[in-house]
Design a protein around this ligand. Sequence first.
Ligand code: F1P
Length: 351
Amino acid sequence: MERTKTNSAESTRREILSQTAVWADACRLLKQNNAFTDSEIQRIAARQILFAGCGSTYYLSLSAAAHLRALTGWPALALPSSELWLNTNSYAPASSALVAISRSGTTTETLQAIDAYHACARGPIVTIQCVPDTPMLKSASSSFVLPSGAEQSVVQTRSFAGMLVTAVGLNFKWARRDDLLHALDQVPQSGARLLDAAQSLARDWGPRLDLDRIYFLGSGARYGLACEASLKMKEMSLTNAEPFHSLEFRHGPKSMLGKGALVVGLVSEHMQDQECRLLAECAALGAQVVALGERVPTIGDGVALSFESNLPDPVRDVLYLPALQLLAYERAVAKGLDPDRPRHLDAVVTL
Ligand code: F1P
């Protein structure tokens, strides 16, 4: 399709397609930063670790907290920065550390949440961000700054993915899982190998404007990614999109299925049977199905993208993102929208 002037969208596309280099930078960054001694980790693990962010970075927090719980069994909780800022006493007292995540490092709610948490002196504050020398650093006991993740676009794509790799790597450091930290180094290469297939899937399914409602299903650490995919679809293509914990979809939302529905399954290896059974039910009720995962079957007359990374499950979550981001991008372009300039949105929310 000839890109008209309004469809320049070059920044978003460039940032999505360059993201595996940012993943590699995140892996290098993790080696430089030795977050916490054994005794500090024991103190942190004893109580709840909070992850906080806004919008995309809140959804990243959801994924990172679920990932840490699955990896270690530690109590980890994700919340919007505004909740920690304005309801500090509901969350801080039971906690032992805060991981604050912000692409810009200047979002008001996240800065206020950090100050509120610091005032409680509950434990160390770790920050993950893409812009150096921002106010977010002043209260941090440890910071992971990923400048190559910075974007011109409003919507987060490579920044989100790079910060996710960083958060996942931090979880491995806390869990003392050097084996998984080492495996994480292979992820950028696996992601680069996937980009062509992800672009092809997005070019086929993004322009399917006959599909007017989209559901993203994911469990565990993939639920936060389903939330992020849903937000990308709203921000870039102005499409009704909703995330659900996979099997929750049967409990009511299934009634929305029919010809105009697209269901995107972020299939987990350990839940594959249950999740693929659900996706098959969705196809039988008239929905189109896109299945993403390590090795996934085509369901109905939909499409499947298998990563075939042969990497351990805990390192693979970032591999879902390129296809999800490109799907929203291609749908926006097909609708004549410019993903570089999403309606009503700014790159940073300051209050
Ligand atoms: C977070 C944010 C998101 C929004 C969009 C732009 O900023 O404003 O709320 O969804 O992705 O970024 P930051 O605190 O991560 O800089």
